[in-house]
Design a protein around this ligand. Structure first.
Ligand SMILES: [Zn+2]
Length: 533
């Protein structure tokens, strides 16, 4: 017993357990009991020098290391209500003064008082050093304890997952953060640019435009686009949307698709994304307050550049900070409805004109992680392939709920007020092959690009205020809904929809324009013409 008490000093254990209990209470869903095992392995390793040499300083060093680790984790838990991860550190690092102010006002709570007991536990753990005398009889206890620690840690080390699976959360977050920071710093930090732009009409009105960016949504799995399963019960009922039927994405990956859609760069001019004017620059130059709300991971080789663009917005809110890498985030659940509450707060904020981007996790693999059990509607299967299609379709069904909710919130905000001119576009960054072609799943490909990788939904919503103020635009939007469009020119369509005048705008590139060039060949990233595929 005494040996165990020396290897696992009770006050030190209490201090560590205190943080774990708070983590469990605050965030029951994502509490990981593995964390306790990890601590039990590391405690004897750090207290062993004290055990052998009997010098109190070794004990005090061990307590200090655990105290700092726990303190960082506890502060993070109390502020962000979730365990510390590389993603959350990344977001904190990129938080500007405006956001920090709004953020702290939002997050301050009496929960912070929970730090006081932690200091108390830390203090008594530090003070209570134990008398150390090694009893020959109890050596086997040391052996067993150490063996357990060493086997656990070396098993993870040999399998190359020491950082991922065998060190405490805070250390893991700091290490992953350092690695991510290296690749992020390799990017040139993007600054918002000022251009010459004006609202052509309606200056006396309040303007609001919402861009909902979906993820990996193949429209052929949407009943709104005639899929045989009812995956769009809500959007199908809406009579205030226009579903464009022939829209494709230029690329089959998030990064290139979004950067080409949100900037003036396109498949013909092939301008560098870094040097192209972005749609955020345009709205910023008009004096709109710009927001970027995201449920995607802020970090990762694919996400860093999007994060960089997002950060040129006045306010950015990343609600999904659970992962230490973007890969890890895709295997954790962070349901898209988490963006609805910040969306409502943002709508309530005082600002004349607003541009709000909502970036969803949509149907990103792993599909089963994208929807709560309530949306587990398609469940019968006879093979793995059928199970995966079910999971994908369930994620599309949940996406129907999320997009419909955003539109309903926007509708009730704009309802009956003809002084608010609001509109929204929902589209997906690219499609997804869910055994639609080549007996394959995902959005990567080899050889020729499958059509399902680029066949995306593209939906326009207009408020009654918009329809009243821009009857001609509404007419063109309706009459062009069968036109073939490719979203590298989304930049121009958004400028047109919002009736903005600027030098960068090219009317024949806007699918909402009477001059739209519908004969433009749609050459995809594999250099093949989509319409000849
Ligand atoms: Zn994507």
């Amino acid at each position: 017993m005494k040996t165990l008490r020396q290897l696992f000093p009770p006050y030190l254990l209490m201090m560590i357990l205190y943080v774990q209990i708070i983590s469990l209470l605050l965030n029951y869903d994502i509490f990981d009991s593995r964390e306790l095992v990890i601590y039990l392995c590391w405690i004897p390793i750090l207290t062993l020098p004290y055990y052998f040499f009997g010098k109190k300083v070794f004990y005090k060093i061990a307590v200090t290391v655990f105290f700092i680790e726990g303190f960082i984790n506890l502060c993070h838990l109390l502020i962000l209500k979730g365990p510390i991860t590389a993603s959350s550190l990344f977001v904190l690092l990129n938080t500007n003064v405006n956001e920090a102010k709004e953020f702290m006002e939002l997050k301050f709570s009496w929960l912070f008082l929970l730090i006081i007991p932690y200091f108390f536990f830390g203090f008594i753990a530090y003070r209570n050093t134990y008398s150390v005398r090694v009893y020959p009889k109890s050596k086997w206890v040391v052996m067993i304890v150490m063996l357990f620690s060493i086997v656990f840690l070396s098993e993870n080390l040999i399998n190359g997952r020491l950082t991922r699976k065998a060190i405490p959360q805070t250390a893991k977050a700091l290490i992953s953060f350092g690695e991510e920071l290296k690749s992020y710093n390799a990017l040139k930090k993007r600054e918002v640019a000022n251009i010459e732009a004006e609202l052509i009409s309606g200056e006396s009105k309040q303007h609001l435009f919402v861009l909902i960016i979906g993820e990996s949504c193949n429209r052929n799995h949407m009943s709104l686009y005639n899929y045989h399963r009812k995956t769009n019960p809500r959007l199908e009922k809406r009579n205030d949307i226009v579903a464009y039927s022939n829209v494709v994405s230029p690329y089959s990956n998030t990064l290139s698709s979004l950067l080409s859609g949100l900037t003036e760069s396109n498949l013909e001019n092939k301008m560098s994304f870094d040097k192209s004017t972005s749609i955020i620059d345009v709205f910023h130059s008009l004096g709109f307050k710009t927001f970027w709300l995201s449920n995607q991971s802020p970090i990762g080789i694919w996400d860093n550049a999007v994060f960089n663009l997002a950060n040129t917005s006045y306010v950015t809110i990343f609600v999904n900070n659970k992962g230490n890498t973007s890969f890890e985030s895709t295997y954790l659940s962070s349901y898209d409805e988490r963006v609805l509450q910040p969306f409502c707060s943002v709508l309530d904020e005082k600002a004349e004109n607003k541009f709000i981007v909502i970036h969803l996790m949509g149907s990103h693999s792993a599909y089963a992680k994208r929807y709560p059990s309530k949306f587990d509607k398609f469940t019968t299967y006879n093979s793995d392939k059928e199970r995966i299609i079910n999971e994908y379709d369930n994620s599309v069904l949940y996406n129907d709920f999320v997009v419909d909710s955003v539109l309903s919130i926007l509708d009730s905000y704009s309802l009956g007020d003809r002084n608010i001119i609001s509109s929204a576009i929902y589209f997906s960054d690219h499609g997804e092959n869910v055994y639609d072609e080549n007996n394959n799943v995902g959005h990567d490909y080899s050889g020729s690009l499958p059509k399902s990788n680029v066949e995306i939904p593209f939906i326009v919503w207009l408020s009654s205020g918009y329809q009243h103020f821009y009857p001609d635009k509404q007419k063109t939007i309706l009459s062009n809904k069968e036109r073939p469009f490719i979203t590298d020119d989304l930049f121009h369509a958004i400028i047109d929809l919002n009736d903005i005048g600027c030098e960068e705008f090219i009317s024949k590139r806007s699918v909402f324009n009477k001059d739209f060039d519908f004969a433009r060949p749609r050459i995809l990233e594999d250099n093949m013409n989509y319409d000849l595929k």
